[in-house]
Design a protein around this ligand. Sequence first.
Ligand SMILES: Cc1cc2nc3c(=O)[nH]c(=O)nc-3n(C[C@H](O)[C@H](O)[C@H](O)COP(=O)(O)OP(=O)(O)OC[C@H]3O[C@@H](n4cnc5c(N)ncnc54)[C@H](O)[C@@H]3O)c2cc1C
Length: 276
Amino acid sequence: MLQNFGYLAPKSLAELYAVLKKNSGKAMILAGGTDVLVNLHNGCMAPTTLVDIKKIAELGGIKYDKKNGLSIGAVVTCVEVAENKDVIKHYPLIAKAVGEIGSPQLRNRATIAGNICTGSPCADSSCALIALGASLELSSADGVRTVFLKDFFIGPKRTQIKPEEVLTRILVPADMAGANFGMNKLKRIKGHDIALVSVAVAKTDKVMRVGIGSAAPTPIVTKDLAPNASLKDTLAAVAAVAKPIDDVRASKEYREFMINDYVEQIYSDLFNGKGR
Ligand SMILES: Cc1cc2nc3c(=O)[nH]c(=O)nc-3n(C[C@H](O)[C@H](O)[C@H](O)COP(=O)(O)OP(=O)(O)OC[C@H]3O[C@@H](n4cnc5c(N)ncnc54)[C@H](O)[C@@H]3O)c2cc1C
């Protein structure tokens, strides 16, 4: 049974900051609601007030320019991201990753910011964005700070965001525009499902990084690798950060095997068959 809770829908950022300050620790942000509403029904969350941010125009929009890169607003849905021409042209890895989230119905509703803020180790967008070196703009009445996505996660479903803060924009650096990429997601079924493991590689002529989901308490990324790093060095960098566990969905050994297999597959594709 649902417990009682209040509902507020501020129409501006200033109003949102005031609401979050007044209800600090008791309010929960509602974006697409695909995660929040399930958890409310299950009784896993019990906020006093839900703060719906979808009516805040300042949180919309996808912007791209050569100097600053890509900026995605907090209420932009996964479908809007996947269909955006700048995302498709300059950051196709992001379009691929959001296309992996749930079903078409879910992607029409869910936001990419909400996917990150769940703090889930298997969030599909996090795995790709972390490989692209993305950062997050976190805002509150006290000001704005920017944190790298790789530093945002502090444990399973735990992030750095403070009770009075909101993730306002996702920022992807200009120097990763046009990155060559590959992404594989292992699921229990052919249809939509959360990842048993996922691997995303982003490579430019300056750097290569591997982002990995469901392989540690948080989404993880390798150190920056040289763009011509050998497969052996790439696998060693992955092994240095990946710490998968046994759980009801897969064993540690199976996860380790599939992470390596996916890295080899993607490496082979990126380096014209030299990986295998
Ligand atoms: C059937 C089903 C299938 C799913 N499949 C997948 C899948 O394949 N892959 C996957 O990665 N996920 C999956 N999910 C999880 C979920 O749908 C996604 O994580 C979704 O992207 C969450 O976005 P949302 O806008 O709905 O977030 P919400 O549910 O609104 O919010 C999620 C969390 O983020 C917080 N939040 C949201 N926006 C902000 C913000 N701007 N600032 C601060 N905090 C914020 C909320 O308070 C809440 O804690 C699935 C869920 C369901 C129900």
